[in-house]
Design a protein around this ligand. Sequence first.
Ligand code: CP
Ligand code: NVA
Length: 301
Amino acid sequence: MSTPLRHFLGLKGIEAKTIREILDLAARYKAERSAISWRPLAGQTWAMIFTKSSTRTRVSFEVGIRELGGNVLFLNANDLQLGRGEPIKDTARVLGRMVHGAVIRTYAQSDVEDFAHYAKIPTINALTDDEHPCQIVADIQTIEEKLGPITGKKVAFIGDCACNVARSWIYAAEALRFHLALAGPVGYLSPVTNPWVTQAHDVTEAARDAEVLYTDVWVSMGLEAEKAKRAAAFAGYQINHELVALAKKGALVQHCLPAYRDQEITERIFEERAGEIFDQAENRLHAQKGILHWLTDGPMG
Ligand code: CP
Ligand code: NVA
C-alpha cells in the first residue's frame, strides 16, 4: 500500500503528534548520522524552487535530500518561466509529472498551497511571507535538547511579531502548549493569536523569567523598502545584556539567522551565545531530514 500524499505547508492547525513524529525522526537522524542506513528518497528527484535568498534552508535541504538517497534540482524561480509569468499551477502540473517532491521558498503562502494542490507531490514550505515551519521544527529540537520538553515553558520572541517566523511560533505554541510571549513595537504585533500567546510592547514583560529568548531580523525579505522606517520602530527591541539578565537563569538565546549585529541582537550577546545559536542552525539539517522522511515514509517503528 502506498503512503498517502502528505505536505508540510505550515504549522497552522498542526497536531502535536505530527510535530512529535518529525522531532523523533530528526533526533534519530542526528544521533546516527554516519551509521544510519534508511534511504527513504532512493530513486527520487526533488525540486527546490526558491524565489528568495537562502543559506541554511537551501544547504540543509540539498544535503538532507542527498543523504536520504535522493537527487536534487535547485531551481532559482527567476530562471524558470515562472519568472516570466507562467502561472504556478502550470509549473506545478509540469513538475508533478517529472519530480517526486518539491521544496518551495517564495512570497505568497497561496503559491505553495496551489503548487501542492496542482502538482500532487509532497510539497514543503521553505518560507513564505506567512510561515517558516521548517525553522521552528529545528528550533524546538534545539530547545528540547538543551532544556527538556518545551510544554509549559516560556519562550519570548522579541522584534517583528508580525513576521513569518513569529507566526509559525504562534501555531507551535498552540500545538505544544507553551507560553509564547511576543514583544514588538506598535504596528508590528501579530494579527494571529491563541490562548497560549501574549503580546506586549514592553520587552521586559516578555523577557522576564523566559526560558528562551528568540529573535529574528527587523526587515524580512521582500520588505527592504521599509528598512529605515523599521530601524526607527524597532530600536530597543533587541536581545542585549539587560534583557538576558531578566530571563530565567540558564535561558537560551536563539536566532533563526541571518543576524544583524547591534540591531535585533548585540554583537556581544551573539558571540557569547554563538554555540547555542549555531547548534540551532545545525539542527536545520537534522530537522529537514525528519520532515522529508515523515512526508515520504511516515513514522519509523
Ligand atoms: N533561517 C533561515 O531560514 O536561513 P536562510 O534564509 O539562510 O535559509
Ligand atoms: N523573517 C525572515 C526570516 C529569514 C530566515 C525573513 O522572512 O526574511
